[in-house]
Design a protein around this ligand. Sequence first.
Ligand code: CLF
Ligand code: SF4
Length: 494
Amino acid sequence: MDQPLISLDTLFEEKSPEDMRAELRTGGCSSSSCGSAAGAGDLPPEVWEKIKDHPCYSEEAHHYFARMHVAVAPACNIQCNYCNRKYDCANESRPGVVSERLTPEQALRKVVTVANEVPQLSVLGIAGPGDACYDWQKTKATFEAVSAAIPDIKLCISTNGLALPDHVDELVEMNVDHVTITINMVDPEIGAKIYPWIFYNHKRHTGIEAAEILHERQMLGLEMLQERGILTKINSVMIPGINDEHLKVVNAEVKKRGAFLHNIMPLISDPAHGTHFGLTGQRGPTHAELKRLQDACAGGANLMRHCRQCRADAVGLLGEDRGQEFTLDQLPEEVAYDPSARESYRDVVAKERGDHMAAKTTAAEALQEMAEQSIQVAIVTHGGGRVNMHFGKAREFQVYEAGPQGVKFIGHRRVEDNYCQGGFGENASLETIIKTLEGIDAVLCAKIGDCPRQELDAAGIHVSDAYAFDYIEEAISSYYAAAFASVAQQKLSA
Ligand code: CLF
Ligand code: SF4
């Protein structure tokens, strides 16, 4: 029952740039019918050039650009206590679903097919389902074939770091300028609680010795990448009671070694996944615990807060999964790359982005002037940086904090089932949605029916569809002004 969100590109077939812009705005939804935060000015131009179209490295880019993963690397050289090898790699994916493994030739066909049909595609990542650097020959063959066919696609790799130092020079030769290393500790005593064994130099190592080797190789890999100018993101899995406090030290250590971003992800632990942590009752952190840790790391390595812990075969904008549209049995036997859709889309985004940035600046200035307290606002969106989705369709809410500091993206909340199911509201889903939105002051969406609006109101969550299709930041700023004007009004008339 994994219904994809409505995707912009399915709406773009044979559309003019004007049509594409209109649909970026509305997400294809007419109001009547369906129900590193750093930007260009904050970074050196050469760094901005590398991240501006990368949905993971730029929070702003994730509104516009998509990544895809190809599951060509099943072998792994370590064991993490949060991973069950029958499932996807937890470095970069949500455990629980078996990937369709691909050969490099199959991966090439898949990437070209997706590039022809998903104009937002900007990045090809290899993130498992094992380790991309350990299963190196397949990773390398895939990257070489894809970059020969689609020269402007960005190549991105995720690894546990053990085999990374052996391949850094080849990564440079292949123009890979985005590497993610999963680093959960810098103290081997803590590492021994996360990694029961590693396989290194033809030998299995266990306990603290294993964690020591892994730590040294991770730090060496990070330093080598830094020397060569490759942007490196660190992923850490937050495991309450094991490495939660320690991740502050990890944040400082990776910053010292030049990491570009630090992505602290919550442990996903469920006995059904058959992982050591799942079976032994190790819990994951709450939303509030994760936010507290991320806030405590402010001032260290820049934090990524928009990660979706995607699968090793994910396709689409972050937060959507279109993998089921591109399974092997649906791929053509032969396919040639046609760059036209991606090129037109880029032109459209360049203009849209300029307008978005201007709206953001105005919204921040307005908030700085009027805001005295911070509120949390959940946005319902199809992408494009706009409030453009019907509440009933939402399976993800993007959460922003608005206050004297402006508008800041702080994370997302997901639900299994959206409220509207085949034309009817589903009360059980609404209950779950209300629980998921705990702590949120307001929801902004393109449209909402009376019934869910009243239920949310009763739970203390105000909902508004008055800012449909506005840019997110301008919608939040206008909402804030209206909400606090009415509070002031109430006080005056009391
Ligand atoms: Fe993939 Fe990772 Fe590259 Fe992104 S994912 S290899 S950097 S292209 Fe992104 Fe997915 Fe989070 Fe990874 S949202 S899990 S951070
Ligand atoms: Fe699993 Fe990835 Fe850890 Fe290997 S590195 S054990 S595949 S989570």
